[in-house]
Design a protein around this ligand. Structure first.
Ligand SMILES: [Zn+2]
Length: 335
């Protein structure tokens, strides 16, 4: 059936004032304009391979302690499929190690959201699964086939971190960008020189490159009105009342006008539980159904994990991958 185009796409978000609470639901939290206020210079030996790290277990509500590299292995195993190319897994290992060291230093007295430790084991910080959890969730075959790859990725990049200007960076990452990543300021608060929008051409194998959500037009309107009560929306005026105002360089919706209200792409993402803020809304000719087509998965800032895997399949090393997604960085060893 031919469909009527109601609206068009959008993208991300981010202004200066709302963010933190909105951001909390998903993705990684970024609590402010802090990139300048901490010295992230690391000396060799400050963190070493025997370093023990405390992680706050958000389910058991207690702190668990383990060797740093064991922690990194559990993060990598939780973050990317074991079937990924080894170079993509190595890129994830270096990114996860950098992220961890950055936060361990920055939140040495505990993260404001979990003062028990600088890092937690949920997506609030970085997903982490212990070997026991991996065995339960993924099974013995997975452990046999893929755990050695995870170990190899972490051990062959031992001590390697990403630096910019000599400081360890906070390398955000996400599942699938939808073709182009985002400038950090379009999604979070700060404009960081190493988190620039870059192309991400090899994501075709991502299971969430394109997602379609279908719902009744009445239900769609009800949800929007629930969030924006002053709007006057009907199935007959929808196509004129929803207008995209601003998109990011990476193509995601930043602002959209809904009748008399300016909403953010991130708010719309949250209302309909979309994978990203790069979406398109259309209505069927009979005006009964609304279709929301979403491109990509995640906030879109930094490395695209599926894009990294696609680059690896096309011959790129983990070094190439990291330098592609993190503008102007170097890889240095801290232990
Ligand atoms: Zn956390």
């Amino acid at each position: 059936m031919r469909e009527l185009l109601i609206l068009i796409v959008f993208i991300l978000f981010l202004t200066i004032i709302f963010p933190i609470t909105l951001i909390k639901g998903y993705d990684i939290i970024w609590s402010g304009n802090e990139q300048d206020d901490i010295n992230q210079k690391y000396e060799v030996g400050e963190v070493d391979e025997d370093y023990m790290v405390n992680i706050y277990d958000t389910k058991a509500k207690k702190v668990i302690t383990m060797e740093f590299d064991e922690y990194i292995k559990g993060v990598v195993a939780a973050e990317v499929p074991g079937g990924f190319e080894i170079e993509a897994i190595k890129a994830q290992a270096v990114a996860a190690r950098s992220f961890s060291i950055y936060r361990l230093k920055k939140y040495s007295d505990g993260h404001p959201d979990h003062p028990q430790a600088a890092l937690c084991n949920s997506i609030h910080c970085q997903a982490f699964l212990s070997k026991d959890e991996l065995r339960d969730i993924k099974g013995r075959n997975w452990m046999y086939e893929y755990w050695p790859k995870i170990e190899e990725a972490v051990e062959s990049t031992k001590g390697e971190v990403l630096t910019y200007d000599g400081k360890v960076i906070e390398p955000l990452f996400h599942s699938t960008s939808g073709g182009m990543t985002e400038n950090s300021e379009d999604v979070f608060v700060s404009a960081l020189p190493y988190l620039r929008a870059v192309d991400s051409p090899y994501e075709s194998e991502s299971p969430k490159l394109n997602t379609v959500l279908e719902l009744n037009a009445e239900e769609f309107i009800k949800k929007l009105k629930g969030e924006y009560p002053s709007t006057n929306l009907t199935v007959d005026n929808l196509d004129k009342k929803i207008v995209v105002m601003e998109r990011s360089e990476g193509g995601k919706i930043i602002k959209v006008m809904i009748d008399n209200v300016v909403a953010t792409g991130r708010e719309i993402r949250s209302i309909f539980a979309l994978n990203s803020t790069n979406f398109k809304i259309s209505m069927t000719d009979d005006k009964k159904k609304i279709k929301i087509t979403t491109i990509g998965n995640g906030h879109g800032v930094g490395m695209s994990q599926w894009g990294a895997n696609g680059m690896a399949e096309n011959g790129s090393s983990y070094n190439d991958i990291l330098k592609h997604y993190y503008t102007g960085v170097e890889i240095n060893k801290v232990y």
